[in-house]
Design a protein around this ligand. Sequence first.
Ligand SMILES: Nc1ncnc2c1ncn2[C@@H]1O[C@H](COP(=O)(O)OP(=O)(O)O)[C@@H](O)[C@H]1O
Ligand SMILES: [Mg+2]
Length: 238
Amino acid sequence: MLAVTDLHTYYGESHVLQGVSLDAARGAVTAVLGRNGVGKTTLCRSLVGLTPARAGRIALNGVDITRLPPYRIHRLGVSLVPQGRRIFPSLTVRENLAIAARGDLDRVFSVFPRLAERAGHRGNELSGGEQQMLAIARALVARPLLLVLDEPTEGLAPVLVAEVAAVIRRLREEGTSILLVEQNVAFAVKLADWAHVMSRGRIVHSTDPAALWNNEEVKTQLLGVPPAGAGARPRRDL
Ligand SMILES: Nc1ncnc2c1ncn2[C@@H]1O[C@H](COP(=O)(O)OP(=O)(O)O)[C@@H](O)[C@H]1O
Ligand SMILES: [Mg+2]
């Protein structure tokens, strides 16, 4: 469904995406994993047209969207849930969702019953988990074909991480394709059908998630996961 080929994106002179190539299959959860600063958010922004790529190609179902403005990419069915949620703190849940649509709020509230209960509460009255649900709900109002989630578990307590996982599973069952951008490797490998590993502006490894989980070298060197059995022992190599 999504085919990214040799994508290059800059902030001014700073060359951040240095030839990203990846695919995401229809109906699948595709993970993009990588440490802080490797360019994950920049990739998300290029996909939705917010920071357009300077070279390379992004195709959605065979249609070249590389140079389209954000509103047209959104209309073609790609929605981003940005890192840090970016909901409107002084607006209610209902108002935050109404800004996104025209769409059908009943469906969104059926996926997120807790938001239905909180429909009249302001964004700043929600818990971190509820804010993340609202950010996802807002992206879903448009009924996207491809949902791009930029670090949805960042800063969430484990019980809320489990809720985000349940939402992702449900959306996948309903046929939404998902690009799951994460630093939380354990979370992503449980949900993903395929995983890409990013390092310094490139995809350096593409793999079955189970194989990734068993690849100690990639996990420790590229993803910062402590070596198996390391537990809480102090690291003598630092
Ligand atoms: N708006 C910006 N202007 C200049 N440099 C940026 C900007 N946003 C991010 N960067 C730089 O681009 C690199 C990749 O950042 P980012 O895409 O946010 O990585 P990640 O999401 O993987 O943590 C980092 O070196 C970061 O400092
Ligand atoms: Mg980021």
